[in-house]
Design a protein around this ligand. Structure first.
Ligand code: EPU
Length: 340
């Protein structure tokens, strides 16, 4: 029996930017077995295949002459523990914020700093999601993925994933080749709070909390995010639109001489991470719009759909912002979401 694809399927409700696009073929995948069968049937041969999770980190440039697979694989469980860790496994289609909250309520802390990041469990390792002093690689054990070429189920260890800042093998060499069906996390039994990020320590202090529990950290982070980042349900967006640029110490010294207030974060290798939000605000773009797309007035790193935006509109604004930042600071901004 042929696979039950839907034709010319509208994707606007399935991407948080709310950009219009149609998929020539579309299907929802409920289990790894179903995906393996689909690959082995040969129906994907010679076909461009695009995988969607929560659609919260993509920019759709237009209609997709492709098969779009939305990963809806559910399930979450404690699969074991050792002296130091709980091992928790979740299906690639699980909602990330719900999953994080569930682990905390079950008494397995470790993911609280990543609370309320939109998206799915399967998408989390792809761009190595991060926030408030933590990246997901720090809690990662392994993942399972289906190879779209062979239909084999392959396990990826930490080393296999080549994690970097908002980056992994799944955005590089392996882009488009694998569908992540499950991720296993290693959560520390001897938990210590991670509250050195200024926004977090301030929020906890404002709440009069000195010795926070994991749930209190999660609550604080949820309210910081709700206050600082535009709500995707109200104003379509894909979170941070640009990566924070990393420059050499030499380049930074020159910038600092001309812009003494420039925020900077020294990296372990001596390079300096800059705040793209600050560069964009200084370039005068915060709260400004170009047609149907704007730079959020709440946070300059977020581009927002003001109503009726297309992918081309988003890219036009991104280009204008990028050019102004390059002219003013000589720094190149790299787009963070995946362009489809
Ligand atoms: N800033 C401004 N103006 C703005 C926004 C920010 O000047 O409008 C400056 C401030 O100096 C601020 C600094 O930028 O101190 C950093 O801002 P923030 O703490 O909001 O973090 P960010 O660097 O802009 C990164 C991640 C976010 C993550 C936050 C918190 C990237 C690309 N973004 O943003 O991740 O939530 O840190 O950890 O690394 C995402 O990836 O989609 C995302 C939202």
């Amino acid at each position: 029996m042929p696979f039950p694809f839907q034709q010319d399927f509208p994707l606007a409700p399935l991407n948080t930017f709310g950009l219009p696009a149609q998929a020539r073929r579309y299907a929802e995948i409920q289990s790894p077995g179903q995906l393996v069968q689909l690959v082995r049937s040969g129906e994907l041969e010679g076909e461009r295949v695009i995988v969607l999770g929560g659609g919260s980190n993509v920019v759709l440039s237009g209609d997709l002459d492709a098969t779009v697979l939305r990963i809806c694989i559910r399930g979450r469980e404690l699969i074991g523990s050792d002296d130091d860790h709980h091992f928790v496994r979740a299906g690639g289609g699980e909602n990330w914020p719900d999953f994080v909250r569930w682990t905390l309520e079950m008494g397995w802390p470790g993911l609280e700093n990543l609370s309320l990041i939109p998206g799915t469990v399967g998408a989390a390792p792809v761009q190595n999601i991060g926030a408030y002093g933590m990246e997901v690689y720090e809690r990662f054990l392994l993942l399972e993925a289906v190879d779209l070429k062979s239909g084999a189920i392959i396990s990826f260890s930490f080393d296999d994933c080549h994690f970097g800042y908002r980056d992994s093998v799944f955005k590089q060499e392996a882009a488009g080749r694998f569908v992540i069906t499950a991720v296993t996390f290693r959560l520390p039994k001897r938990w210590t709070p991670l509250t050195r990020y200024l926004d977090v320590s301030r929020e906890l202090a404002a709440r009069g909390i000195i010795d926070p529990t994991p749930l209190q950290i999660s609550d604080a982070i949820i309210s910081i995010r709700q206050r600082k980042l535009p709500d995707q349900a109200i104003q379509g967006n894909a979170g941070s639109f640009f990566k924070n640029p990393v420059v050499s110490a030499e380049c930074f010294d020159k910038l600092l001489a001309r812009h003494p207030a420039i925020p900077s974060f020294r990296q372990l290798d001596g390079s300096i991470k800059l705040a793209a939000g600050w560069l964009i605000e200084e370039a005068g773009w915060k709260g400004r719009a170009l047609g149907t797309v704007g730079v959020s007035a709440d946070h300059a790193l977020v581009l927002v759909n003001l109503g009726g935006a297309t992918g081309a509109d988003v890219l036009a604004l991104a280009d204008a912002v990028g050019r102004d930042v390059a002219d003013r600071f000589g720094v190149h901004l790299e787009m963070e979401p995946i362009l489809l």
